[in-house]
Design a protein around this ligand. Structure first.
Ligand code: ADP
Length: 530
């Protein structure tokens, strides 16, 4: 405490003041003017305070800064009041100086705290914005509602708009969501049960359609419920993803079900097929057995047929030989003259008889071969002689067609069935004559390099055979179209029989090459010694 006069001159100063300013008590107080202790910037204000007090005012807690003896500054609060003598003359101003360092510090801290709080709030706002989580509080005592910035933004409301009240706020949701939230909030308020509910907005914003609302009761110092607080988080994206996942799952489940059904069907089908297959195998076994029996019967029948044909043909051959013999005798006029017309008729009888005989001979041979009844007689003979005999037999027919017949066959002794070789070559040369109208026929022989095989070929410049027909040439009773068109006699047995004779009796093979319209070449290849 101190006393100063109107100009600030110190009349009295307590020890505390000296301590405060850092002066010794011994210093003469009259040396000081209180204004000197006040920092220059505050001096004018202090002087005006003094003069105001001198005029009768009381000043309480004026803030100043003092300069201490060591030059450091100190915040103080100065209160002052006038002291008057009995004549109401101003005696002095009593001043109370209080160290305001602590208070200033407290104020500064408060200020810093406020700034920190603001910063925290800004940070919280930022965090809420990033997390899409907004928060709110409802104070039941004062019935005030507070919303965070993000809470506003979730509902698409500008932050400077007034906060909607509870009933208004419920309208933000669909009726169903609002109903659930209302129940949850009332329960939280009544019995303090926290809640967490997914809610759908009635009028969704661009970014928010779904939120998850979490809430809990606020309690006062006496643990009494005094309000609610909660958060709302935008879960639209999550809901969307959940929806997509659900749809995907449903699709997947459907596909799995389809596949399973498919597999079940397939396995059922498979089972049915298996049964069918087993039945088929049974049937097949049965049929095979039947077939085997039928086959045995057929083979029996076949040899019976062959034997029948052979014996029938023999029966036919005998009268046919008479027909041929007697018509020939008549034609040669050995029993008397015949006129031209009779000659022609007799020639026709003879030709038909011969044709029939050759056909019957072929049939007999085929039957015998098929019945395995033909026996082979091997002997030594000269192939050249056999070829000459063949040529002699057919020479007349060939020359009649003005074909050039050339024979180039070496002498070569073979050991084989002479009669069957002769028969085979007769067939080939006869065909060459029948199916050649212009050009030539060549009969050629060729011995293999090691001398073990001989080829006897009959080549003509006749009508030829197409490539497709070559395959069926050796089948029984097959005559190619050209043979029919030319009304050339034949039954389609010659080549079939020849092949059988060459293979089965002569142990060789028959080869053919031909060009349609250019000619054919048939070759009998047989071993020199069977
Ligand atoms: P065919 O009695 O009809 O002459 P083949 O068995 O000897 O019976 O001959 C079968 C068929 O092969 C004949 O009808 C004919 O169409 C054909 N053929 C046989 N030899 C010749 C050949 N040298 N040139 C052309 N076609 C031939």
């Amino acid at each position: 405490m101190g006393v100063v006069d109107e100009s600030g001159k110190v009349i009295f100063a307590s020890k505390k003041i000296f301590d405060l300013l850092g002066f010794n008590q011994e210093n003469d107080i009259r040396e000081f003017n209180a204004l000197d202790w006040i920092i220059p910037e505050d001096r004018t204000r202090a002087a005006s305070d003094f003069s105001r007090i001198a005029q009768g005012s009381v000043v309480i807690s004026s803030q100043f800064e003092l300069v201490r003896s060591d030059g450091s500054r100190m915040p103080v609060e100065i209160s002052g009041a006038p002291i008057r003598d009995e004549n109401d003359r101003l005696y002095g101003i009593v001043t109370i100086v209080r160290d305001a360092t602590a208070r200033r510090q407290a104020e500064e801290e408060l200020h810093a705290g406020k700034i920190a709080l603001l910063n925290r709030e800004a940070e919280l706002n930022e965090a809420q914005r990033l997390a899409h989580i907004g928060s709110w509080e409802w104070d039941a005592v004062n019935d005030t509602i507070w919303w965070s910035n993000e809470y506003y933004s979730i509902y698409g409301i500008a932050t400077d708009m007034p906060t909607p009240d509870y009933v208004e706020h419920l309208k933000a949701y669909t009726a169903e969501s609002a109903g659930r939230l209302d129940i949850a909030e009332k329960r939280a308020m009544e019995s303090g049960v926290s809640y967490e509910v997914d809610l759908e907005l009635a009028n969704p914003t661009k970014t928010t359609k779904w939120i998850v609302a979490r809430g809990e009761a606020k309690r006062d110092v006496n643990n009494k419920i005094c309000g609610l607080r909660g958060t709302a988080q935008n879960i639209t994206e999550r809901k969307k993803t959940e929806g997509q996942i659900r749809a995907l799952n449903e699709k997947l489940e459907k596909r799995v079900a389809e596949r399973t059904a498919d597999i079940e069907n397939k396995s059922m089908e498979l089972k049915e097929n298996q049964t069918a297959l087993m039945n088929l195998v049974d049937d097949l076994n049965e049929k095979t057995l039947e077939l085997e029996l039928a086959n045995a019967k057929l083979q029996e029948l076949d040899s019976l047929k062959s034997m029948f044909i052979a014996s029938m043909s023999h029966e036919l051959r005998t009268p046919l030989n008479s027909i041929i013999g007697f018509s020939s005798i008549l034609l040669n006029e050995w029993v008397g003259p015949v006129n031209a017309e009779q000659k022609e008729n007799l020639a026709s009888v003879l030709r038909s008889g011969k044709h029939l005989l050759s056909l019957i001979n072929d049939v007999i041979d085929v039957s015998k071969i098929e019945a395995g009844m033909i026996e082979s007689i091997a002997e030594d003979f000269d192939i050249r002689e056999v070829v000459d005999e063949v040529v002699d037999t057919l020479k007349k027919d060939i020359e009649m067609k003005a074909l050039d017949l050339r024979v180039r066959v070496q002498r070569q002794v073979l050991h084989a069935d002479r009669r069957r070789l002769l028969q085979s070559l007769l067939n080939l040369l006869s065909n060459a004559g029948k199916y050649t109208n212009h050009g030539s026929i060549d009969v050629i022989s060729e011995i293999s390099a090691d001398g073990s095989w001989i080829d006897i070929s009959v080549a003509d410049t006749g009508i030829g055979i197409s490539e497709t027909d070559l395959g069926r040439l050796f089948l029984p009773f097959v005559r190619l179209d050209a043979a029919h068109e030319g009304s050339i006699p034949g039954a389609g047995l010659g080549l079939y029989l020849t092949k059988k004779l060459v293979r089965d009796i002569l142990k060789g093979e028959i080869l053919v090459s031909s060009t349609l319209g250019a000619g054919s070449r048939f070759t009998i290849r047989v071993p020199v010694v069977v």
